[in-house]
Structures are given as C-alpha cells and as structure tokens.
Design a protein around this ligand. Sequence first.
Ligand code: ATP
Ligand code: MG
Length: 744
Amino acid sequence: MDPILDGLNPAQHQAVTSPAPILQVLAPPGSGKTKTLTARVAYLLSHHGYQPQDVICCTFTIKASREMRERLGKLIGQRLQSRLILGTFHSICRRYLVKYGYLIGLRRGFGIADSDDSRAILRRIIKRLNSGMEIRAAQGRISRHKAHGLSPDALAERVKAEELELVDIYREYESALAASNLLDYDDLLLRCGDLLREHPECVSNVQAVLVDEFQDTNVIQYDLMNLLAAKNRRITIVGDPDQSIYGFRSAEIQNLRRMQRRYSNTSVVLLEDNYRSSGSILTSAQEVIEQDTTRPAKKLQPTHSYGTLPVLRKLPTANAEAQWMVLEIKRLVAMTGSLLRMSDFAVLLRSASLSTRIETAFGRAGIPYNMVGGRKFFDRTEVKTLLNYLRVVSHTGHTDALLSIINVPPRRIGDETIKQLTGGAEKYSVPLWTFIKDVIQGCRSTEKKLQKAAELGLCSLVKLIEASRQKLQDCCDASAPRILLEHITESLSFQEYLIRTYPLDEDGRWANVKELMGQANEAAANDEDNSEQDELPDIEGVEQQQSHAGEEALSRFLANVALATDLTTQEEGQEGEKALEKVTISTIHAAKGLEWPVVFVPAVYNGIIPHSRAEVVDEERRLLYVAMTRAQALLYLSLPLRQPRIGEGEDSSTSLTPFLPGKVTKTRFRPTGPRLHEKVVYAIADILRRPRPSEEDMLKALSSLPSTLDDHWTAEGEEQRDAATKWESLNDAPNEPYPKRRRP
Ligand code: ATP
Ligand code: MG
C-alpha cells in the first residue's frame, strides 16, 4: 500500500490522485482538507515526477506551514520537504522579492513594516497634517484600498472631495514607507504581483500551486495564485465558504466562483465525513451555521460517537469565568488519568484583549499557557527596543525605529532636540539619520542650536550604529543577528540599564533579552539546517539579486519577527518540549485550521460575538462556528452575567450571543462539565484515537485528586441540578442571580 494514500477515504483518495489540472476541494471543517492537500503535494512529487522546488504550497498561518512541513517530512522525507516552496503568501512573496525585487526597482535589504509600524507612521502623519482621522480607521481604509489595487492617485480620481483627506494621508504614508525602505504587509503581496506580471520568467519553473484555506484569500492573493501558476496552470485549492472569517481584511468568498469562471476545466471534489469532532459538537456547530439561511445546506457527517454534550455555562463575572476554566482544566487533567495533558486545551477568544483576565488567572494557578495571536513577547519594551536597534542597523533610513531608540537608554536627547532634528530633516528633505550625522559633523545645523549634552548623546548613538553596521559587514553568515545583539547590549550596558530602570523586575526583563538572543541563535541554527528551506531555485537566464549573507540573515530574522507577530506568536518557535505542556490561548482568527481535544470559548455574549464593532453579522456567526469546530472531544462555551467594567461605572449586564437560539441550548448543551466516569473518559480516548487509560490509572487519578477540586466537582454536581431547571431563562433573563454554592 502506498503510504501517501494509506487511510484516505474514497473522496479524499479521489482528490489526492485526481489528474485534473485545476481542482477545488470544498468541504466542512475537520473533513481532512488540509490532510488531503498535504497528501496531494506528496503524490505530485512521487507520482508525477515534480521536483519539490517547482511546487508552491500556500498556507494561511506560519503555524500551519510548520505543521504541513512536519507531515510532509514523514511522507516524503526531510530532504525533499525542505526544498518545497511552502509558506504563507506573505513569506513566499518576500522570498521572491528578496531574490528578484531588483527587477522592479526594489532596493536591497528592504524591511517589513508590521501593523504597529504602520500605525506609528500614520500617527506621525496624521499629527503633522492636523487631521482628526482615527489611526486604526486610516490604517484599515488604506489597507482596503491597497487590497483593491488602488494607488493614492487612482483613489484621488474616484473619491469625493471630503475624502481627499485620506488620499493625502495615504500618499504620505506611501512615501514614508519608501523613505524607510519598508514594505507593509499589503506591499509584500502587491509588489510581488508586479514582479510576476512584469517578469513571469521568475516562476517559469513552477509546476503546481496549492492553496489551503482558499475561502480567506483576497483579490490580490487570488491574482498571485494565478500568476504563480501562469506557466503550467496546475492549481489545487481547498476551502470551506462557511469558514470565511477574514472579510474584514478584504477576503473574498467570490474567489471560488471567480476561479471556476476563469478555468473552465475546474474539477470540484466534495468531502463529507468529519474526522475531528464528536457528534454532539458537530450537531451544535451545525445549528449555529444553519441560521444563515442564504447558504447552501450541507451536513456535517460525524465519524465519531455522539460523545458528551458541549457545556454552556454562565458565571457571575469575567473573573469567575476565568477561575472556572482554571478549575475545569485542572479537574479534567487530574481525572482522565494520563489521557489529557495541558497541551490538549485551548481557549479561543473573539478578541485578543479578552486574554488579560484569563492570563492572570492561569498565571496565579500555575497553569502554563502560550498566547497565540497576541503580541506578547515582541511587544515587551526591552525586546522591542533591541529589535528597533537591529532595524536601524539593517537600514538607517528606518526613521520610526530610529526615533524610538534615540533616547533609550537615556542620552539626554529631549523632546526639543527631537523636534529640531525632525524639523531639520524635513526642511532639507533628507532622512533623519543623514541629518543627525550632518549635524554632528557640522555640515548642517538645526534651527535652534542643540545643547552640548544632547550633541554628545547623538554622537554616541551614531558611533554605536556605525560600529554595528561595520560588524554586520564583517559577518558573512547566519549568526549576524546574534552577534549584533551581543554587540549592542554590551555597548549599551543594557543589563545595567535595565537594573537602573526596573529595579523590581530587572531579572524578568533581562530574561526576555536572553530569550531574544536565544531566538536569534535558533534562527541561525535553523538557517544552517534548512539552508534550502528559504531559498528559491535558480532559474536559467534570470539573474538574481546579489546579497550579503550577514545582511540577508539579519533582514530574514527581522522579517520573521514582523510576519510572526501578525497572526501567531514567538513561542511557536519553541515547539517541542516547551510548547508540549502548555494550554493554548488564541484568537479564533489565529486558530483556523487547528484542532484541540478540549476547547473553551469564553465571553459568548452579545457585543463580543457578534462584536459590537463588526460590520458583517454573518461573518461573526461563522467565527463562532470556526471556534466550535476546533474541538475534538469536549467543547465549553461560557459567559459572565455581567460584562467586565470598562473604565468607570457599573458592570453592565450581558446577554447570550443570539447565535445560540433557546431551543438549541436546551437540547444541545449541558450546564456543567461532564462527570468523568469511565464511560465518558473512554469515549474521549476513542475520539482522540488514544489508548484508553487502564482502570488502575483511573482509580489512581481519582484518589490523587486534590480536595479543592473534589469540592469543585461536588458543587458542580449540585449546581447541575439547579441549573438544569433554569434553561428557559437563559436568553431572556440575563441578570438572574448566580446559583449559590453550598460549602461542603
Ligand atoms: P479545517 O476546515 O478546520 O481546516 P480540515 O478539513 O482541513 O479542517 P484536517 O485538519 O485536514 O481537516 O483534518 C481534521 C482531522 O481529521 C485531523 O486530525 C486529521 O488527521 C483527521 N483525518 C482527516 N482525514 C482522515 C481520515 N481519512 N482518517 C482518519 N483521520 C482523518
Ligand atoms: Mg484545514
């Protein structure tokens, strides 16, 4: 039996082996789309004789591409796997631009502006133009125009007079990016599109293009897909319109139909069986999505047993909700014997800002967790500072990075000095860095003379950056980021600076710096192991950009940071041991395509789901659907009866999300976590395809249960009876008193 086809069902088998050049695999969550796509990549290599470096495979998140690499490693071997062009659209585009960007006039060593950088630039512009526009709004609107391929000039021709303000901001934003040699996320895609249109020879080797999560591609990504596949016109996509949740970022569900129109030879394969979740989870998820009456009816077909009913739980406050999750996780780990571990749990949030309480509760209770989709690590001040140093070293024209480190650690460069410097740079139309150097060399001067101390401060900064740039030139391998970090922290006496500035927390801060260095080290090792992984194949007759190995390593390190912070987290870098024993806390958006044995979806109340700021209610419903269908064996939904206080004033009351209608809650949910007797535990084991714990293990687990948890469990049992009679009131009486717990 061919290991690639082993264990596929007939529909999956058909999709994997289909000779159709243009193939769409459409299917609900958990039906094996990603598995099928992965197998098809392996099949194309082994049965069609494609070379891995001629196959492009796009995933939606960095985590997903890692998982796919891992699965492919097992199917076709590490060596072949590492040569595939596999990654997110953004990372693939970056690779093409690094290698061939010079063909469309891109400067060498461009950096990537992540969302924070974009906002910083916009903040500056909006302030200077005295515009009242909200920064995030401007960012969103500009990004949408970019996604539709509208330049500032093109936009100016279309918009009404009162919208010209945005055009000005947009225009300045573009020139600020250009001045700092930065590309934002949209540019990565757009410029790569330009490159491939003007120089299709860059992808003349490509034999097949495969795309996962196609329902969330936007128009630009759709165009890119076609451009990448222009030569051989072999495309496979997998997707599910019911899971389209990136409309707010201009994803277009119509791309499915657009593709069918463009390629009249499109074949479609439908998968139906669900291999992920218990029947009860699928039933309730189905009832959520079916409320969208405009969608074509589709059934989720379980292959597993019905299992335990999902839990829907009300708690008095958001803190109590977090606390309840802590207890429930501890209880499940303790009571399922060796079956469930911390890494089997996920908490999925509508918005990252909901995580604070949960993180605090987990922290206090000693539950290890990994925050995905937030920006925890790279956001920490000391980490950000060092990254900004690296960015300035990589490209001195990076004005925002330069401004953020100009007086960190303090160099006696005050606001007035900064004003003089930025004003001067603007007046002479030169980058800030150039102006600073001119000033200290005496070739230019500021309007008002700078203080001596400030001048000395500027000298020391310039000296450090120039010395670092020299170090970078001298370093011809992947170790550049680490060497620079060492050089910069030493020259700045960064540890002493942290001790001085954060006397109570200097240990933790320094630990973060060490972690960053660790990551730079790891990146270097990875570069050496997978020297091919990031490379595109050479193409005869197309000259590639000459690059300096050290500079390229630094810019790759910074790009990985910038791309990782969008949807995923740094801590993914440390898969393996460390990640194994942690609960995942993630946004629903970043949980796409993934699965966990136990999933909590807290805060399912009106205002969060659907979000009060959401524009498309259907998309919010699909979000809940995506969240629920991540669960394999146990699903918990919950809400606080009072909404957390924002600012001053009373907490306000909450009501359950309208996506769970009353009749559903009564028959489809239980009010408390399941009592974990043998039968339930065995059912969980079967769904997870894990060995059932022995009776002995179960008994041991039960007897070793900490008494606090036991209390919790008994109290739950009583509440279960109480609450069962209260279902009716769940929707219409959101403020009903929380059932009292009797102390044992
Ligand atoms: P989503 O829409 O959420 O991305 P998906 O359709 O991509 O889901 P996969 O992640 O590929 O689904 O598969 C879901 C789970 O089902 C995985 O654990 C996978 O290993 C398992 N699975 C898929 N097909 C089969 C099969 N034929 N036999 C056994 N398990 C399968
Ligand atoms: Mg998938």
